[in-house]
Design a binder for this molecule. Structure first.
Ligand SMILES: NC(=O)C1=CN([C@@H]2O[C@H](COP(=O)(O)OP(=O)(O)OC[C@H]3O[C@@H](n4cnc5c(N)ncnc54)[C@H](OP(=O)(O)O)[C@@H]3O)[C@@H](O)[C@H]2O)[C@H](O)CC1
Ligand SMILES: [K+]
Length: 503
């Protein structure tokens, strides 16, 4: 699904008003009804709701929601922030409707002294600023945000917590932003919702549809997307009756070293659970019995070294190669990785120590075959590209790296993000904090490898693998607390995850 910038959303909004057609006051009412409906279903009407309304349409939404909630017998109080200019258009009309209704206590905030005390058991609806925020908070809005952040009331933000920009917050002061417990965002999540440092500002966020016009949504281009099952399900082919294991590719996994054989084991199992026809695990001699016993479905290619990866044979027979989990970074392993890059496998996924070796030898980066998939966690990514500060800047570095070396980068995290050499970005929406556990990344590498070997387009392999990996992790928590989740649980649930994606 597409993620639009706040500027694009305003344009889509205008198009909807003209083409549907719908009056802008009625579109605001539609948004307000959605928000009010959510609040009515999630809150007790014994809790007082205090609305803070700003000068723009975000404030207009808040005024309309207060009126609707009052009709449903909620105790509402509204504070309009007075910026010394009269309200315009839809916000002015909603202020008028609220006064006419006469069910809501109305107040104005003109200075710090008139900021009301907020009881701990109240609910605050933040309608100060939304997607029209033009500068970071200062003066009175900053004082209001500080007062709300100091209170223990539950805060629900309309569209976006006031003070947070929809995209680039690299120059923002995040301490000045209103900290919401819930963010009810209209029609589309904003780009900044996918960045970890904003988690505490957004709380839990939900997207409420307001019926913006489908044709303009499909015509408006954006590089930013989030992954949904609907958009990837057709990438997973239905198996043909007369197919055989040769139809589904032969993967070579180069993984494990003495003391880190588990990484090879987890990646092998995950690869096999992802539909590959044949898997050869290239492992040090000492890992042979372990792998043959624990993963009897895999064939083994045994390194001359007892301890680590130092050599490989002809790559001709393999449809995809994966390297990295548990390899270590010893000099002989580094040399062998260089030879692997020089052999230029057509489909390649690199993870963990393979990436650490690349960070030690950035001069090898140009050897990466086009459309190779790299799956770093944030620390590995930082070793590769250097520190990049906030997430927005980090995203720019990730895109630049993908474009420079023509590779797909899968940066693992709460919203794992995939950048492609053509400039597109995909954020994942599955997964949970229980997956921050040893071996979870090895499982992802195995899935990517399994899909690549079956001849998935590399970008599709990355997208399906990331989504399925997260979904399997989510399914694992149905029976098991996040705290107890281990990487093997993700593998156990892969079958059900693929099943659900296909549906
Ligand atoms: N399509 C939709 O999603 C719909 C969204 N709706 C709601 O509309 C807002 C966006 O409304 P908009 O009026 O464009 O913007 P805001 O309400 O966020 O605020 C703009 C006004 O605030 C002033 N402003 C901006 N930043 C500051 C600041 N830091 N300090 C003080 N004042 C500020 C701005 O003044 P300027 O000087 O910048 O002109 C404006 O006066 C969206 O978020 C939704 O809630 C619709 O209701 C339905 C469709
Ligand atoms: K807001």
């Amino acid at each position: 699904m597409k993620i639009f910038t706040t500027k694009q959303i305003a344009a889509i909004d205008q198009f909807t008003i003209q083409q549907e057609p719908i009056a802008s006051i009625d579109l605001m009412e539609r948004a307000a009804l959605q928000i009010a409906n959510w609040l009515i279903h999630h809150l007790s009407n014994e809790r007082k709701i205090i609305f803070f309304a700003g000068p723009g349409n975000n404030g207009g939404d808040a005024l309309a929601v207060a009126r609707i909630m009052a009709e449903h017998d909620f105790i509402c109080e509204v504070f309009l922030v007075d910026f010394g200019k009269p309200l315009q258009a839809e916000p002015a009309e909603n202020w008028h409707r609220l006064k006419e209704q006469g069910k809501v206590k109305l107040g104005r905030i003109e200075s710090q002294e008139s900021i009301p005390a907020v009881p701990d058991d109240a609910v605050v609806v933040d309608g100060l600023f939304g997607s029209g925020l033009s500068r970071k908070l200062d003066g009175l809005p900053l004082q209001i945000a500080a007062a709300l952040n100091a209170s223990r009331a539950l805060v629900v933000a309309i569209d976006i917590p006031s003070g947070l920009f929809g995209e680039d917050n690299s120059n923002n002061d995040l301490g000045a932003v209103i900290q919401a417990d819930y963010t009810l965002t209209l029609q589309f999540p904003k780009l900044s919702f996918f960045f970890p440092e904003h988690e505490a500002l957004l709380g839990r966020w939900e997207v409420l549809p307001i019926g913006l016009h489908p044709s303009v949504i499909s015509e408006t281009e954006t590089p930013f997307h989030f992954l949904t099952a609907e958009e990837i399900s057709d990438k997973i082919p239905v198996r043909k009756k007369f197919s055989h294991k040769g139809t589904y590719g032969h993967a070579l996994l180069i993984a494990g070293s003495y003391g880190k054989v588990g990484a090879a084991l987890l990646a092998s199992k995950a690869c096999l659970r992802s539909g590959v026809g044949l898997l050869t695990a290239h492992i040090p001699h000492s890992a042979y019995q372990i792998i043959q016993t624990a993963v009897p479905e895999a064939m083994c290619s045994i390194d001359a070294s007892d301890l680590m990866f130092t050599e490989f044979s002809d790559l001709q027979q393999f449809s995809a190669v994966g390297a990295g989990p548990g390899l270590g970074v010893k000099p002989n392993t580094r040399k062998a990785l260089l030879r692997l890059l020089e052999a230029s496998p057509a489909k390649l996924v690199l993870d963990a120590d393979a990436l650490n070796i690349l960070a030690m030898h950035p001069e090898w980066l140009p050897l990466l075959p086009e459309n190779s998939i790299l799956t770093p966690h944030p620390k590995e990514f930082e070793r590769l590209v250097g520190p990049s500060g906030d997430s927005y800047s980090g995203l720019q570095s990730q895109l630049a790296f993908s474009q420079k070396y023509k590779v797909i980068v899968v940066l693992k995290g709460a919203h794992t993000r995939i950048t492609s050499p053509d400039g597109r970005v995909f954020f994942n929406t599955t997964g949970n904090p229980g997956m921050a556990t040893a071996g979870s990344g090895d499982v992802l590498t195995g899935i990517v490898l399994g899909l690549l070997a079956q001849d998935f387009e590399p970008l599709d392999a990355a997208r399906v693998a990331v989504y399925a990996h997260g979904l399997a992790g989510d399914l694992a928590t149905v029976q098991c607390d996040e705290l107890s989740l281990i990487a093997s649980d993700i593998i156990e649930n892969l079958g059900e995850a693929f099943f659900q994606i296909r549906k």
